[in-house]
Write a protein that binds this ligand. Sequence first.
Ligand code: SF4
Length: 1003
Amino acid sequence: MTRKRRTLNQFFTALLGSEPELPRPQGITNVAGTALPHFDTSDLQPTPAPMTQVQQADGRLSQYPPADRWDDWVEWDGAAWPKKVARRYMLIPTICFNCESACGLLAYVDRTTLEVKKFEGNPAHPGSRGRNCAKGPATLNQTYDPERVLYPLKRVGKRGEGLWKRISWDEALDEIGAKMRASREQRRDGIMYHVGRPGEDGYTTRVIQAWGVDGHNSHTNICSSSARVGYTLWAGFDRPSPDHANARVILLISSHLETGHYFNPHAQRIIDGKMAGAKLITLDPRLSNTASLSDLWLPTWPGSEPTVLLAIANYLIQNNLYDRDFVRRWVNWEQTLEAIAAGQLATGDAALEAELRAAAGGVESPAPRFRFEQFDRALKAIYRAFSFERAAEEAQVPIERLREAADLISKCDGKLAAHSWRAAAAGNLGGWQTARCLFFLNVLTGSVGNLGGTSGNEWNKFVPKPFATPPLQPAWNGLEFPDEWPLAHYEMSFLLPHLLEEERGAIDVYFSRVYNPMWINPDGFMWLRALQDEEKIRCHVALTPTWNESAWFADYVLPMGHAGERHDLQSQETHAGQWLGFRQPVRRVAMEKLGKPVRFTYEANPGEVWEENEWWIELSARMDPDGALGIRRWFESPYRPGEIITVDEYYRWIFENSVPGLPAAAAAQGLTPLAYMRKYGAFEVQREVVLPFEQPLALPDSPPAASVTPGDGLLLREGKAVGVVVDGRPCVGFETPSRKLEFFSPTMARWGWPEIEYTIPYPVESHVSPRRIDRAKGEMLLLPNFRLPTLIHTRSANAKWLYEISHKNPVWMHPTDALRLGVATGDLLRVETEIGYFVDKVWVTEGIKPGVIAMSHHLGRWRLQESMGVGAGMSNLVTLEQDTRGRYGLNIVHGARPWTTFDPDTSRIWWTDVGVHQNLTHAVHPDPISGGHCWLQKATLVCKAAPGDSHGDVWVDVGKSMAVYNEWKAMARPATTFSPDGTRRPAWLKRPLRPVPEAYRLR
Ligand code: SF4
């Protein structure tokens, strides 16, 4: 419809109260990415139905069409109001792909045209319970995005030149499969799969394992790795799963109520908890929406969080307000006292240490030499120095608020739900101690694994096993796990360009998958350098649903589906239960329900958009067509021997064999397990999971098959610890070497980190502690990584509704700093970092701590061509400059502007500022233990912009990048020097895609 015709329509609509009828669609259409969808008008009228109701914490009811009507649902079209236009849909469940929460969605698929009208919440999903955040329904924008990539593309010019030709999927499979085969025949570390958020559990890792290569790379080290280390050292699980709904006190480091993991499912349960009387305490230097809804906001100086948490711990310890029985039963206090006796841990209590030395030396048997009362004395001695006064001074927070927080926590009655993910843990050198100190409060209050407490992620997440598991790969990829960081969680992914720059290797085939490494990682120009270098990255295949900055520097751009265009299984630890979600290509499912068979998902999706799962099957088969490499057999059907498996068969096998309770639940409805999951899109595996570590274990029969080690009570099966005896009762325990919660970490001591600040919960001085920031010299602390609830990293670009809500990332600055610098809201500011600078606008607000400046990190998207790339309303058109001395510049030609497409909304873009790409100017800061990037930056100079500066200017010297990288690398304690046993990494620490044990040996 032309603009003029549309305007006339609007005029008549206003005049007559109704819109002229659009032409009635004829049969199936498939216009996503090329035109606005049409929907059929139904002759049927909506009929009353008993709606599915979900009660919210405040008493309101949400209503949904009942599941038995999902295959044929008629309702009035709200967009046609006040006219009554009936539409007839199939409601196909899927799960959201816009963050890792995996919330349920219901796609309303028009029964005639098979276009998707909307995505709403799926009430049958146990995690999200029918609710979504703004990003869930915005999946519709992504589906009908005018700028989406619809066909496989191959580069025809130089890398980055922006010249492409359309190729067929067959060509892509043959060409890439051949390159992979050639690499695999030569070596087992030449293929690398680099994923942002996986959005699925286990499928792709199985594929890579089947290839027999050590090739999995993830984004964990720019995200959660430091927090994971803190939890792992305590308990073996690497993420917390707080039971917010049943908590008495909810303690959040950062803004989980509005943006965290797992955002919507957690947000609704935090509100459940609050409505039931829980108190919410938030530590955040920024007045986020979460902080503003908290009962107590502690605006801590970044990096001071461990000290604050230990001051609370100290209050519990000195006043005997901790759960002594829980600590006695489940903490490795005997091991800790051994360490004190051996001089490995100083307490400051000489008498106690002498007593322990005497006890240790005087008795041959390790059995009860020590008493719990001595551990209590040790705790009191070690943490005595963590007074409220000290914490208040370091955190720059009123002391009364710290006392109030401690008082609330002391009265939590074993129901403390606590969460830390990125924020302070991901921000600071030693940030992993934030999670370690936070979980210390869970341990002290006995809030571990119980209702209202904090569980381990693995207890509340369900990952089913597939039909056959390939063997472990006999290789170790040093570009992913370099020897300098033996304790890293996990791959040192953001250092890949620096490792390549050091000539440590090259990559034959590099898959970036829903991942934009040049944009999202720090030091993006180093990524640009690596992606441009065809010697170091010989073939780059970008698997992506939409254009991104890094895909521009790929050799192949392969379009992959959004939430309603792909299969995946996903589960998350959203609460104290377990569920499994099933993502589906909704149009394909609708077609199949209507009796229209589909062989590959791209036949049903827009253009030739495919899904990774089918792509991997076909690619693996092309890589090993005759089975000589031993790869093909892992992709053969368990139902049709020798033939290549289909996705239906893959999931059918899992649902029939690996999900307890699902076959019975399906049978009760007369469905196959696969049909059940296609119908509901989710299954609740366990409603409630409580205290799994207390689960009894059968006593071992006889050695050597099974035994109990004297002293520490470890239960061994075939030499492997599987449980522990506690108070005479054999229990499962935790996934640590001692099967207990490890207060003192023998692993840290053995692997070269024996100092107190590494072995027990204790603060490590951050690289941005107040001592290291000289405000008088113009230095400030840049907090560059807070999230907005409406955007997710690079995945939500091209969602017009979301960008209308949030599109810019000004620098938050406190009024006192603004006054000092002579800037007001809207003025341009130059922020200099260790390696360069950027220019952005200021937003003066009391919502940020003095001395700290903050920016959201979602924004500042850019494209190099006017008419191709990220949508013109969501990105800046920029120029890139680079000189022969390794200096790079990015300048904005113009910001967002309206553009003409089939979607009239693209001509209604009213904003121009779409943010500044600050990450380019961040040097890499690999934490020497967790390996995580420490996001906080010392801004070496913050000042009013110079006369020649323009908004969005970025300038970087990558020579300085390597210098800063080397400084941080020097802090590491490499396995080659510190490994106690000649291996690269402690065997008990997790690793995605663990290789064979021999691969752990240092060469
Ligand atoms: S919280 Fe995440 S998964 Fe849930 S609707 Fe929002 S973006 Fe989607």
